[in-house]
Design a protein around this ligand. Sequence first.
Ligand SMILES: *Cc1c(COP(=O)(O)O)cnc(C)c1O
Length: 409
Amino acid sequence: MTTSWLDEFPARVAELDRAHLRRQRRVVVPDSAAEGGARLVVDGQSMLAFCSNDYLGLAQYPRLVKAACDAAQVYGVGSGSSPMVSGHSAANAALELELAAFVGLPRALYFYAGFATNISIVPALVGPGDAIFSDALNHACLIDGARLSRAQIHRFAHADLAALEHQLAQSTAARKLVMSDAVFSMDGDSADIVALLNLCERYDALLLLDDAHGFGVVGPQGRGSLAQARLSGLKFSRRILYMATLGKAAGVAGAFVAGDDALVEWLLQKTRSYTFATAAPAMLASALRASLEIIQQDDWRRAHLQRLIARLRTGLTAGLEGSGWQLSKSQTPIQPLLIGRNDEALAVMEGLLASGLWVPAIRPPTVPEGTARLRIALSAAHTEADIDQLVNALSLLAQAFRSSPVTSC
Ligand SMILES: *Cc1c(COP(=O)(O)O)cnc(C)c1O
């Protein structure tokens, strides 16, 4: 009997198991007995979740739900076709105008998903013979977009702008694209956007910023990382292509790019995931329009979030002293706790699950080898008591691990 490579899959999955790299999904339902969305029912048990990117607690907010339902009455639930055919609803068109105004750039284009946006806009911008300069900790979809473009990729060490400048100075490519997360998704730290923009000016490069984790959360009224760096407005728009996702702080789904009029028009013409994909449904665009209003109005959500971040950091700094577990220097709702080994990070996650707390362990290849971590994500839906519960549980686990460390490997 001949063997086929198709017979290898069981062994390949078993190999993931052995390396503690097999991922499991959990089936969740929001806990209807709790308000706000920070509690999920997982396998019949109510868990306090610290794993959602719903930073402002908007994903189940009644005004958004109502906006989606009202729009469904008018438009139905599906868009039917690409935005280039008949999928570009009045709701989607209105949302684009509001997004552009909100981030202070001339024009915006609304996509059905962030991953699809990045893998496809990069090849629309640069190609063979051009050069891409990419922070080593950029999100997977920027990296995949760069690969698809077949431009030459220069990876610089995380946040190492001297290395970036060296690479830019050496490059003879006519078209240069610098790309960076604005807030890094697994570390919670922020890029130095002003310095990046200055380098782009000096070397005639375009700056693509992915603000998936800053939009709604940072800057005045949650206008994002550009506003936080005081960079919105026409003066800067030519050098910047701003991208943000709408399934995180905005609480719904999708993404957008914003920038100079001609640049956005080019992307509208040439981005394959825009042209050859079904448009986002109007009910989602309508929920997003409601979300934008709340993001602007509800400063209390960001203020509350900042108080929670401070409370967590103070609590863990005291509670984890001497544990060897390291809280990252993040100011954002992404608060990673570096553990190191994959098996230890998993064991801590399991320990928290046993006390009804859900904090995901993040392992390679999502993060570099030897930096397995718990990614604690805070939300305005959390209460101070929720934070205290997590701090206490982690402090107890740290003590337990010190007296009997994980030894299996
Ligand atoms: C989540 C994320 C994306 C992908 O966005 P989706 O809308 O979830 O597809 C892109 N970039 C970054 C930095 C992200 O964290």
